[in-house]
Design a protein around this ligand. Structure first.
Ligand code: MG
Length: 438
């Protein structure tokens, strides 16, 4: 061995290794990242979000100990495109998955050319997806180990779709399956997530815990069944609350809570049950906030300050650039729509967004800026109705009127002109992108 083997040189090399391979020099260990993604949990379904019936003391405490974003949007109002946006940092229209959700007979999925959060964090991070995938269940898009996850335990799509099994995939590509035990599914997902955390406690890890709850049908755990004043839906959410608390407790018991950031959010608004709180409409609606705006809490006692509530606009496409920044990893060299929120989360900074674009399928249906929302499309009975056909433009001051009830277009002609220009620009940019369906 040459001069590289001197004790001083070895010490320097060890120090560099501790700082991380990119040389970005995080002063401490790279943070572990856990994303708890609920399915169809509405804006108003947590105590901290104003639910009058559902009791979520642990998630409420998590919010008090962390940062809560009040104006956080899913990137779609249904499951598949929202998850594509979350994992890639790009509006789902870019990945060809904007239209509808993936059905059992479909063979398309998240293109292998897309770069997920898991791929962005490799190789320094151990990565796992536990729970629902819904981004393609036919080769080559399946299983999720094709997209940067070292380990997968979960469902190919929503648990109301048949046939259904619980799949496990890991290194080597072997995929096994077993029957789904519905009342114990949330318990199983948390147990698998905790096992992954414990197996990787000594190195950075990224766990995406994509729960099936509280998507319908509801099968409460026997220990929770009949306990909530909100009946089965509440039973299911209250179980998620308790298990989220247990996960935070376990991180502390393992001594890694100060090296871990846990994010809690939802993939879209509530479906046939659940509450969008003060927001208008629900999952699968048109451009109204209730389909998109969801709870968002970031907790990380070593890095995220406690007790902050931020009204800055944000979207799940921000998770990839944010997590990459927190991890000291460069974002992928592709056009991202999300922004790094770390200043907003760590230091109370402003939102980096000038606007958010909302899509129904691959159509641009609304534009949100800090104060304003322009809504282009609504549904009446079964008709997708451009609002301009019935009452002119739809301009809403969402700070003063979060329910989007009063069209203020006539009072703010300058704002209206600006928002219509933004809409036209987004339509021209995005609506001609090729989609896998329809
Ligand atoms: Mg969903």
């Amino acid at each position: 061995m040459g001069r590289g083997s001197t004790p001083q040189r070895r010490q320097v090399l060890a120090g560099m290794a501790a700082l991380g391979a990119t040389g970005a020099a995080p002063a401490r260990r790279r943070p572990n990242i856990v994303v708890i993604l609920t399915d169809d949990l509405g804006y108003g379904d947590l105590g901290v979000q104003g639910s009058p019936l559902i009791r979520t003391p642990r998630i409420d405490r998590m919010a008090r100990e962390g940062v809560r974003l009040t104006d956080f949007y899913a990137s779609a109002n249904v499951c598949t495109p929202s998850r594509a946006g979350l994992l890639t940092g790009r509006y789902p229209v870019r990945t060809g998955l904007a239209n509808d959700v993936i059905r059992q007979s479909d063979t398309h999925g998240l293109p292998l050319s897309e770069i997920t959060i898991a791929e962005t964090l490799r190789p320094e991070y151990a990565t796992a997806l536990v729970g629902k995938w819904h981004l393609g269940h036919a080769a080559p898009h399946w299983p999720p180990t094709q997209h940067g996850f070292d380990r997968f335990v979960g469902l190919p799509y929503s648990h109301d779709m048949k046939p259904l099994a619980l799949y496990t995939a890991g290194a080597g590509g072997a995929v096994t399956q077993e029957p789904v035990d519905f009342p114990h599914l949330t318990e199983r997902f948390f147990a698998e997530g905790l096992k992954f955390i414990e197996d990787n406690r000594d190195r950075p890890f990224f766990l995406m815990l994509a729960l099936g709850a509280p998507h319908l049908p509801l099968d409460p755990h026997p220990a929770n069944a009949g306990k909530s004043p909100a009946a089965a839906y509440g039973d299911v959410v209250e179980e998620v609350d308790a298990r989220t608390g247990q996960l935070l407790d376990r991180l502390k018991a393992l001594g890694i809570d100060r090296d871990t950031i846990v994010i809690f959010t939802s993939d879209n608004g509530p479906w046939m049950e659940g509450s969008s709180g003060p927001l208008r409409d629900r999952k699968g609606g048109a451009g109204w906030d209730g389909g998109y705006r969801v709870p968002f809490i970031a907790w990380g006692p070593g890095r995220i300050p406690a007790g902050r509530v931020s009204p800055g606009i944000a979207m799940n496409t921000d998770l990839l650039p944010t997590i990459a920044a927190l991890a000291g990893k460069p974002p992928p060299a592709v056009e991202l729509d999300g922004f790094d929120l770390s200043d907003q989360l760590l230091r109370g900074g402003k939102s980096p967004h000038d606007e958010l674009v909302l899509f129904t399928d691959s159509k641009v249906t609304a534009i949100r800026t800090d104060r304003w929302k322009y809504v282009a499309l609504s549904y009446y009975r079964t008709i997708a109705l451009p609002l301009e056909l019935i009452r002119g433009d739809g301009l809403f001051d969402v700070r003063a009127d979060p329910s989007e009830t009063y069209n203020l277009a006539s009072l703010h002609p300058d704002v209206l002109a600006d928002m219509k220009a933004r809409l036209a620009k987004a339509k021209a940019k995005f609506e001609s992108m090729p989609q896998a369906k329809r």
